[in-house]
Design a protein around this ligand. Structure first.
Ligand SMILES: *Cc1c(COP(=O)(O)O)cnc(C)c1O
Length: 526
């Protein structure tokens, strides 16, 4: 396999029966252009712009200016433009097709949100502007905070965390601060179900807790007997996702909340799956103490390669005093951002600190509020209902050819295991790669860990029935191909993708993140 100097395969499809890049003189395939790294396309000794030599000006940098070459590739504007557009055409996006990644809520990002986020009063503000000049932006943050508290029935929200995992950190730091304020420094054990997202235990450990795993029962929910047996005076709390990562509602959630509170601990709820219940269930009514909301999942702001995240975290009365600065308050007609801990303390709060330099992701706040207001309360309720309906449609259409991990209906995602692939020689990974050849982004694979060879499909409410039918037809066809012994289709998949199977272990163990100029560049760029 031809490699470029970074060790990446440049001609992955050379041997594929369909013909690969090697078949053409240019390396391109049809109108899918081959594209090397930008450093290989541009030359570091050239520049893309021609500025006249500066004459008669004196530097004011006091001798600190760079003397050596900057070492960036020189490309003209059209060349740079084409480089990135060509790369983008190798990518997959929610604007191209269904993105069935379970636990990620990859829904359509309405264009109205983009229009709102670009209004100059929101898009062009600077975080260091005097507060009197950004009253509208502060009001927007306050309004969004109000609706997040209303939808969750909680009295407080920290708007600044910049992702779900960051929100978890915010919530667990508040729990740690509340325990410390009670003088309970011995409570350091956090109960985490074994189906939890990896960020849950990672966050707990980051905050100085240690994790104790609760097993799942045969239904894919928390095993209540095992949970009760783990309660004790050193328990700081529980981190529970609801609906959980198996796509199932934790039916005993009220009892779990009561028992953890009786034991003196707090209830952190991972709210990443809020899409399944938004407008229908208020987590505050279920007894949670803290929960992050991924605006980029439930409230449709772009994520993954499409934009930054935002993870506002709501708090119960018990944790509200410990919420971080900054936060927005309304004083008469004026909106005010409380930025310093001293000011918050003067208000009677005990913030554990601050999580970000400024106030969070303004663009995401604007998009999320635009989404909420355009849906209204009935529309948001329908979001939850339709997302659950769509997942159950996928489950119902595929359960005769694939094997659902659990009996019964699901919430907003359909979970299959790999029993239907038993003795076919095809693995979950092969199955997912074959989906790429069919033009579909694979579902989440091998997560949650409690299910063997897991395939977690979250269609979201924004897919139409005909779109879901096409998707299910393909999965059905692939399942039948695997069972009928057509393994060649899977072993070499994906044959139609720009890059084939990557050595992911090597990439993780030995990441090459910095481009190094090398002598034999022309050869490497082939
Ligand atoms: C997405 C997700 C997270 C983390 O959210 P990020 O915004 O990606 O940091 C945590 N838990 C679950 C269950 C998730 O699906």
């Amino acid at each position: 396999m031809a490699m470029n100097q970074q060790g990446r395969p440049t001609r992955p499809n050379e041997n594929a029966a369909t013909g690969g890049y090697a078949d053409t003189i240019s390396g391109s395939r049809g109108l899918d252009q081959a594209e090397p790294l930008i450093f290989e396309r541009g030359r570091t000794d050239l520049t893309g712009v021609d500025f006249p030599e500066l004459k008669g000006t004196k530097t004011r940098l006091g001798g600190l200016e760079r003397k050596s070459d900057i070492g960036l590739p020189g490309l003209s504007e059209p060349e740079a433009m084409r480089h990135y557009v060509r790369l983008s055409r190798k990518n997959y996006a929610i604007d191209l097709g269904i993105y069935p990644l379970g636990s990620c809520t990859m829904k359509h990002n309405p264009r109205l949100n983009e229009k709102m986020a670009r209004l100059p009063g929101f898009g062009d503000v600077h975080p260091l502007q005097p507060q009197s000049t950004v009253q509208g932006a502060l009001e927007l943050i306050g309004e969004l905070a109000h609706w997040l508290m209303t939808l969750t029935n909680t009295p407080c929200v920290a708007m600044s965390p910049k992702a779900g995992a960051h929100g978890e950190l915010c919530g667990m730091m508040a729990i740690r601060a509340a325990l410390d304020a009670r003088g309970e420094t011995g409570r350091r054990r956090v109960l985490v179900p074994e189906s939890a997202h990896g960020t849950n235990p990672a966050t707990a450990v980051q905050c100085g807790f240690h994790c104790d795993e609760i097993p799942a029962n045969a239904d894919g929910r928390v095993d209540m007997e095992a949970f009760k047996a783990k309660l004790g005076p050193d328990v700081a709390g529980i981190m529970l996702t609801n609906p959980n990562t198996c796509g199932l509602f934790e039916r005993d959630i009220r009892e779990i909340a009561d028992l953890i509170h009786e034991a003196g601990g707090y209830f952190y709820c991972d709210g990443a799956n809020f899409n399944a219940i938004v407008g229908r269930v208020r987590p505050g009514d279920l007894g949670i103490d803290a929960m992050h909301i991924n605006l980029h999942k439930t409230f449709s702001t772009p994520h993954g390669g499409g934009g930054p995240g935002s993870g506002p975290t709501v708090f119960s009365q018990a944790l509200a005093p410990f919420a971080p600065v900054p936060y927005v308050v309304q004083k008469g007609e004026t909106w005010h951002m409380v930025e310093h801990e001293a000011e918050a303390r003067a208000d009677g709060a005990e913030p554990f600190g601050r999580m970000v330099a400024f106030h969070g992701q303004m663009g995401m706040f604007t998009r999320a509020l635009s989404y909420m207001m355009s849906h209204g309360s009935d529309g948001l309720r329908q979001v939850a209902e339709d997302s659950v309906l769509n997942a159950n449609y996928v489950l119902a259409r595929l359960k005769h050819v694939m094997t659902p991990a659990f009996e019964g209906t699901c919430m907003h995602e359909a979970l299959f295991d790999d029993r239907f692939l038993k003795d076919t020689g095809v693995t979950t990974l092969d199955f997912a790669k074959a989906m790429i050849d069919e033009g579909y982004h694979p579902m989440t694979m091998y997560f949650p860990l409690v299910v063997h060879g897991a395939m977690l499909i979250e269609p979201t409410e924004t897919e139409s029935k005909s779109g879901l039918d096409r998707f299910c037809d393909v999965l059905e066809g692939l399942a039948e191909a695997a069972k009928s012994g057509d393994t060649a289709r899977f072993a070499s998949a994906p044959v139609h993708a720009p890059v084939k199977r990557l050595d992911e272990t090597r990439a993780a163990r030995n990441p090459v993140l910095v481009w190094q100029e090398s002598e034999d560049q022309p050869q490497a760029a082939e």
